[in-house]
Structures are given as structure tokens and as C-alpha cells.
Design a protein around this ligand. Structure first.
Ligand code: GLU
Length: 331
């Protein structure tokens, strides 16, 4: 039988973790080949190429490494893969997903997955998530959906997915928007049509530094006052509520926004920033007047990735346009 070609890469994370000795904590040691062996059913669905590109906890993935993973994934599609699956740690999955999504200019699905329980734990979810991710990647209906995260029987688009629980099996949600699909009896059932995506060219520089600071009650301005001196190329603030900061932060932000792009997102974990509701010092209207841009529905971490990409391809003057297109939900 002429089975379709599917490419899988393992980067590490809990899905690849085991303890070397009893009583020790788990660390990434399990290769892609071994992961594949945990889902024998896959060999009846596809001709699978598997590579172990890294064995890292996802906190230690970096942008240069992700760019090399991206070029590996693109090569797989050029070689005839109808879909690509990447397994990695879940801690930064929401960031890697949007990173790849801005650069994934293929119709073929790129699907990210991981596990909340290691293979050593009872009820390990890695094999089920991997099989689901492969099923999604092999489905015709998954084309033109860009990068998706498949976890715990749900599909989420890169733009909205977030890790909203530290340890629960149901750790991934898309606040406000909800999942785009569900795995039902081994088949992905999409709840919405694919939404238009914002694509970016490959960044031609990778040394730019974008700071991310969270507003908190009665916070000092020491870090803010030093952002420019430290050589940052952009700043994202996880602001209070609909995108607000204190008066002292607003004053510091005004000086920073004269020199580098500043994005204000919400630290609440859900919902959009405002544009024209509040007028006090430190409100969204005040911060816009002072030169900052509002993130809309983009969470602070995803806004930081967008700014890193834009600065990397010298398109920071198009920031407002990209933020206006923050998240499209699909019909
Ligand atoms: N809970 C994380 C995971 O699912 C731990 C480590 C990591 O993100 O790599 O993989």
C-alpha cells in the first residue's frame, strides 16, 4: 500500500523524559525512535521519518535552534512529507507554536505536541498525544491551518493557544476562542474553518533583544529606566487589566517608546487590551498617546515573539498592522 509520508522530530520535554535511577527526577533522554515505538499503530497510517533534533527541556530552546528546526521541517515538506509533527516540552509550547506559525509558509500542517506526564508516570499521555498529532498532520482538512498544537484530544491554533495549567492533563486552552477541533474516535473534527494568518519573512538577524516585564502593584521603575542603556531593541509590558500601568511606569514608558517599539499586552491571561476606554495616566489611551502599541488578543509572550520577528526583518514600522491582525478566529 502506498502510505503517505510523515516526518516527526523530537526536541525533548516531558514526552522524552525518564529517570536514570529510581528516586531521581526525570530528564530528557528518550529518542524520537523510541517515542515512535510507543505508537505501533502509526506504521499502518504513514511512512514515517523520525529524527531526534534535540533532547532539551523546553525552557532551554532558543530562537536560533528553532530556526534550524524550521528549516528541517521545510525540507521534509519539500521531500514529500504531507505533514510534520514536532514533539517538545510543553512549558514553552505556546511560544514555539507562534514562532513557527509566523514563518510556516506551507499548506501542509505543522503540528506540535508533548506530554504532561512522563513515560514513567501512570497514565502517561505522550503516546496518545503523539498519535493524535500524527492523525491531525495526516488529515487533508488540516491543510492551510498553519501551525497547530494537539494536546489532550484537542487542536488549538498557534495564535491563541496557551498553557493555562502547570500540571493538569488539560493544560492547554485557547482563552476566548476555544479549541479549533477535537479528536473523535481517531478522527479530527474541526469546529471552524481555517482563519487567515499573518506570515513574516525569515529574520535576517537574530541578535535583537526584546524585554518582557510584568506590571505589578507598587513596582519600582529600576528595570524600565535601564532598558535603553542595556541595549534592548524592543519592550513588551504585561500590563494590568485592559493594558494599564502605574503613573511612574507610564512616564518611563514614554521615554522608552521614543527610541524602541513598546507593546502593552494584558497580564490577565484572557481577553483583549482596550484602545479607547480609559483616559487616566497609565491607561491604554495615555500609553497610546505616549507612543506604545496595544497587543489586542495577543498574549505578552506571543507579542514578544512578534516583535522579535519584526525587528529581525526590519519591519518594526509595520507593528501596528500586524497587531491589528492579532487573532482571526475562522468561521
Ligand atoms: N512540563 C514540561 C513538559 O511538558 C516540563 C519540561 C519542558 O517543558 O521541557 O515538557
Amino acid at each position: 500500500m502506498n502510505l503517505p509520508k510523515l516526518a516527526i522530530a523530537a526536541l525533548g520535554g516531558t514526552v522524552s523524559m525518564q529517570a536514570r535511577n529510581a528516586g531521581e527526577g526525570v530528564i530528557p533522554t528518550v529518542s524520537g525512535e523510541t517515542l515512535l515505538a510507543s505508537v505501533p499503530e502509526l506504521t499502518t497510517l504513514a511512512r514515517v521519518t523520525v529524527e531526534t533534533l534535540g533532547l532539551l527541556p523546553s525552557a532551554s530552546l532558543d530562537f536560533e535552534f528553532l530556526l534550524s528546526v524550521l528549516s528541517w521541517a521545510k525540507y521534509q515538506v519539500e521531500q514529500g512529507a504531507i505533514g510534520v509533527v514536532i514533539t517538545q516540552g510543553t512549558d514553552t509550547l505556546e511560544e514555539t507554536a507562534i514562532f513557527f506559525d509566523y514563518l510556516w509558509n506551507h499548506d501542509e500542517p505543522l503540528v506540535l505536541t508533548g506530554a504532561m506526564r512522563s513515560a514513567a508516570q501512570v497514565g502517561a499521555d505522550g503516546p496518545a498525544n503523539l498519535l493524535d498529532a500524527c492523525r491531525v498532520a495526516l488529515t487533508e482538512n488540516s491543510r492551510q491551518r498553519g501551525v497547530q498544537v494537539v494536546m489532550n484530544g484537542q487542536t488549538h491554533p498557534a495564535c491563541s493557544v496557551r498553557k493555562t495549567d502547570s500540571l493538569a492533563l488539560q493544560a492547554f486552552t485557547s482563552p476566548v476562542f476555544g479549541p479549533t477541533g477535537m479528536l473523535v474516535e481517531g478522527t479530527v473534527r474541526y469546529l471552524r474553518r481555517p482563519a487567515p494568518r499573518m506570515l513574516l519573512p525569515l529574520p535576517h538577524q537574530t541578535t535583537q533583544k526584546i524585554a518582557l516585564l510584568e506590571a505589578s502593584l507598587s513596582a519600582d521603575t529600576l528595570l524600565l529606566e535601564n532598558i535603553l542603556k542595556l541595549g534592548y531593541d524592543g519592550l513588551v509590558i504585561a500590563g494590568f487589566g485592559a493594558g494599564h500601568v502605574s503613573e511612574s511606569w507610564a512616564e518611563a514608558i514614554e521615554k522608552i517608546a521614543e527610541k524602541i517599539p513598546v507593546i502593552i499586552a494584558t497580564r490577565t491571561g484572557s481577553g483583549s487590551t482596550a484602545q479607547s476606554s480609559y483616559g487616566f495616566i497609565g491607561s491604554e489611551m495615555d500609553l497610546i498617546r505616549k507612543g506604545a502599541s496595544m497587543a489586542g488578543f495577543l498574549c505578552p509572550r506571543k507579542a514578544r515573539i512578534l516583535l522579535w520577528m519584526l525587528v529581525g526583518c526590519q519591519r518594526q514600522n509595520e507593528l501596528e498592522r500586524y497587531l491589528k491582525e492579532d487573532i482571526k478566529s475562522g468561521k
